[in-house]
Design a binder for this molecule. Structure first.
Ligand code: ZN
Length: 401
């Protein structure tokens, strides 16, 4: 059956080419002989694969390396500027849009405060930001290869945004809208899942197999990594822990439940408490920045509110520990700038409430990617899909390491 054999050979070739590609991506500068030694592939196969990858502009040769006696070897480098990608973090009150190369290095960044969540206004802001970054992208063989968008809401298995409680959006097919307008493959992912992916690849979750990323913005979402894989649940809606109940008599939440965690421990809760205590001055451009400055000045009212916010965060984190027993919990999004004031109350609550029969409590970390983890994580999916399309993604787990 020749057709079957051909199929097998193609698959083996694809796998070998992926292996060579990822070795160059991770270990470059590297010589053909080193690739052969490290992968166990014979030199002729490595040479053929490298030639193909050079023709496709993914790899190029740079100077020569150290000789171990004979001729100096030519070194190979991954061409991370063979194309560029656009990563978007759509927040409830902001929009962050990044242009990156294929290694997810940031080339350009647009940050906008959003005064309204009205859909047509927000879409216009997204479109104009994408247009601007497409114009600004350096010339490259593949141009813009795709777009990844992190959104604050439920995303189903077809990447449709079903419901975003804090944006008050329902059934928005953002993927279709962006693809239709720009003719670029687009990936839509829940913001906390995107953040978890971003931190796992490049930030506080690097080399950690089991972690929970807690995105504390206007609401709270969580992204769960189990055994190095993003856990999305049966219908793609896992991680909505911002809506687990911490006060069964609590106030109503936009999700339909009462007393949800995010009502007590989010950026929204912080701003609400600050305005109830009449701390916020009127017409502030950035109330969070104002509170940060006040905390630094030692404003006792602000410190009290942050202490209480930290305690509430600790309550929810205790629930996460009891449910998933992760190695690390990463707190990300805007609240992480207050880490100096919220870490102690969080740790105190964990000490009081996490069972003493657990050998250890997980490490509580803060995002290492500033506010970029969601956009970088969403973007990583776009880049990953591009390589999959180019049949260079047989080693999904190691692709960005
Ligand atoms: Zn809720």
């Amino acid at each position: 059956m020749p057709s079957l054999r051909t199929g097998d050979q193609n698959l083996i070739k694809e796998i070998n080419k992926s292996i060579v590609f990822h070795m160059i991506k991770r270990k470059s500068p590297i010589s053909r002989a080193q690739i052969s030694k490290k992968t166990g592939l014979n030199k002729a196969t490595v040479s053929t694969m490298v030639s193909e990858l050079m023709e496709e502009s993914f790899v190029y040769e740079i100077g020569t390396g150290q000789s171990s006696g004979g001729r100096k070897p030519v070194l190979l480098e991954f061409n991370h500027r063979a194309g560029f990608s656009i990563g978007i973090d759509l927040g409830v009150n902001y929009l962050l849009v990044l242009l990156t190369d294929l290694k997810n290095n940031i080339v350009e960044k647009i940050y906008k405060k959003l005064d309204t969540t009205e859909i047509n206004f927000v879409l216009k802001e997204i479109y104009s930001s994408i247009e601007l970054l497409i114009k600004k992208a350096p010339k490259s063989p593949y141009g813009i290869i795709g777009i990844g968008v992190g959104v604050p809401g439920y995303v189903d298995e077809n990447e449709k945004l079903l419901f975003a409680p804090n944006l008050k959006w329902k059934d928005v097919d953002l993927k279709k809208k962006i693809e239709h307008r720009f003719h670029l493959p687009t990936t839509i992912i829940n913001e906390a899942n995107a953040g978890a992916h971003g931190e796992h690849l490049y930030g506080a979750g690097k080399n950690i197999s089991n972690l929970v990323y807690v995105s504390v913005g206007i609401g709270i979402g969580t992204g769960i990594i189990i055994n190095n894989q993003l856990f999305k649940g049966f219908t793609g809606l896992s991680g909505e822990m911002g809506h687990f109940t911490i006060d069964f008599n609590g106030t109503e939440c936009s999700c339909g439940n009462r007393g949800c965690w995010e009502l007590y421990a989010s950026e929204h809760a912080l701003l609400k408490a600050a305005s109830q205590h009449k701390i916020l001055e009127k017409n502030l451009v950035d109330p969070l920045e104002f509170l940060f400055d006040e905390a630094q000045k030692g404003n006792t009212e602000v410190l009290k509110i942050l202490n209480s916010l930290g305690k509430y965060l600790g309550i929810g984190i205790t629930n996460i520990i009891n449910t998933l027993d992760p190695e690390v919990i990463i707190i990300g999004n805007h609240i992480s700038k207050f880490k100096n004031w919220i870490i102690k109350p969080i740790e105190n609550i964990l000490q009081e409430r996490v069972s003493i029969y657990r050998k250890s409590s997980p490490k509580i970390s803060f995002s290492l990617l500033d506010n970029d983890s969601i956009a970088l994580g969403a973007n990583a999916f776009a880049i990953s899909h591009f390589f999959l399309d180019k049949k260079l993604n047989h080693q999904m787990n190691s692709i960005y390491s």
